[in-house]
Design a protein around this ligand. Structure first.
Ligand code: NAY
Length: 292
């Protein structure tokens, strides 16, 4: 199996006004990620890809198009988790046939499921293919919390290679690192990359790496080498950017940054709102001030 460590962009997807995928724009976003952001891989159909607003055909369209454009240039992880378990299995098979390096599945959300139900969900998906599985843990959006002992049960299966950990519980992250030294962890909060790197994660997956990849690679490298003060200097810059992006609207503003750079990043899929054009000058200033 490939070494899946490293920094991944949670791939942004350009949509048109009707909510259809803009394939040429997506090609440009992918090329920007590979050639300018210098990421190690792409996390496809995650939260940043507005996955939970898409139908099955669109999810397949994106998996296929991304693989065709990327080939083997960077690593590819397919987020196939769905409240419709049949769809999750179908997408897991589809992405595996396309050659995705690993699957990842969000914890099932909305209905308060028992841990046994969650375990059954993962086992059903895992058993459907020979591919590996990365748990996608994002309790602030799903409301689903998993304890360390429960993680241990899910990680018993060798095909479960690790977790994408989008939470700010650094105590649990440290306990996880100590208890599962042979499993992989990707951190999911770009604004806490230094802290995650110091805690021993193997990589990171984030939305802002689409536009701020090189600086983030440097933060990760410096922190891993123990150069924490230097890493923090860059994290301060990254967080100035993230703070502004969150203020103006996360995915809308990341797309607008790409547009300022000449990339047709489209708009967000409704019901998400579009970027407020009155704020364009603020984005142009951000791109200039932080050399994005
Ligand atoms: C995903 O699947 O796209 C992710 O979870 C990537 C992680 C991002 N979380 C969300 C909810 O977008 O990169 C983060 C996040 O956008 C960033 O840290 C800003 O808060």
């Amino acid at each position: 199996m490939k070494d899946l460590k490293g920094l991944y962009s949670a791939l942004l997807i350009p949509f048109d006004e009707n909510g259809e995928v803009k394939e040429e724009g997506l090609r440009q976003v992918i090329e920007h990620n590979i050639n300018v952001s210098k990421i190690d891989g792409l996390y496809v159909n995650g939260s940043s890809g507005e996955n939970f607003l898409l139908n099955t055909a669109q999810k397949k369209q994106i998996f296929k198009f991304v693989k065709e454009v990327v080939g083997d240039r960077v690593k590819l992880i397919a987020q196939i988790g769905s409240l419709d378990l049949n769809e999750a299995v179908e997408l897991a098979k589809y992405a595996t046939e396309l050659g995705y390096d690993s699957l990842s599945a969000v914890t099932p959300f909305y209905y308060p499921l028992s841990f046994n139900e969650i375990k059954h969900y993962y086992k059903t998906i895992i058993d459907a293919t020979d591919n590996s599985m990365i748990l996608y843990y994002i309790p602030f959006l799903t409301g689903v919390k998993i304890s360390l002992d429960q993680f241990a049960e899910l990680l018993e299966d060798e095909k479960v290679i690790g977790v994408k950990y989008t939470a700010a519980d650094f105590y649990q992250l440290e306990r996880f690192r100590k208890r599962f030294p042979n499993k992989l962890i990707w951190s999911g909060f770009d604004e806490m990359l230094v802290q995650a790197a110091i805690t021993g994660v193997d990589g990171a997956i984030g939305s802002t790496y689409n536009v701020n990849g090189q600086r983030s690679q440097e933060i990760f490298r410096l922190a891993k080498e123990g150069k924490v003060a230097e890493a923090y200097e860059l994290q301060h810059e990254a967080n100035d950017v993230i703070e502004k992006v969150l203020e103006l609207g996360l995915y809308q503003t990341l797309k607008e940054i790409l547009k300022v750079k000449g990339i047709d990043a489209g708009t967000c899929k409704k019901p998400m709102k579009s970027f407020d054009p009155a704020k364009l000058a603020e984005v142009e200033k951000l791109v200039k001030d932080y050399n994005l």
